[in-house]
Write a new protein. Sequence first.
Length: 134
Amino acid sequence: MIDRRLSAFPALCVVAALIVAGCSGDGLVASRGTVTYDGEPIAAGAISFHPLDKGVAPQGGRIIAGRYQLRGRPGRQRVEIVASRPKPDAVEITPGMKPLEQFVPARYNAASTLEIEVTAAGPNVFDFGLTSSP
């Protein structure tokens, strides 16, 4: 004879899986967009959203070919963008490899004044056109 507890086990597993799937929301919402510098897509870099609510950790993502995607918390965010490129006139460290320079001005990263509002309803598409001139 089959133990009743064992026969109920598969059903309990299904119920538990449905509960976990429905309640495991992390509160993060998707954001995406483009990042250009003097009109050209940033080839590679990083972008981070820093909630103005100081008790919430920032979220970040990579910039690839001028595009980014990340997941962050809804609310008002300060945006930081960084990117590096080979120094144009630098001597190569090893063949084919020049030292890198952070070329995005501080007003877009450490001293950023860029702000956005991420909403739970979306669509949360934010495009950033950065310039070298102040």
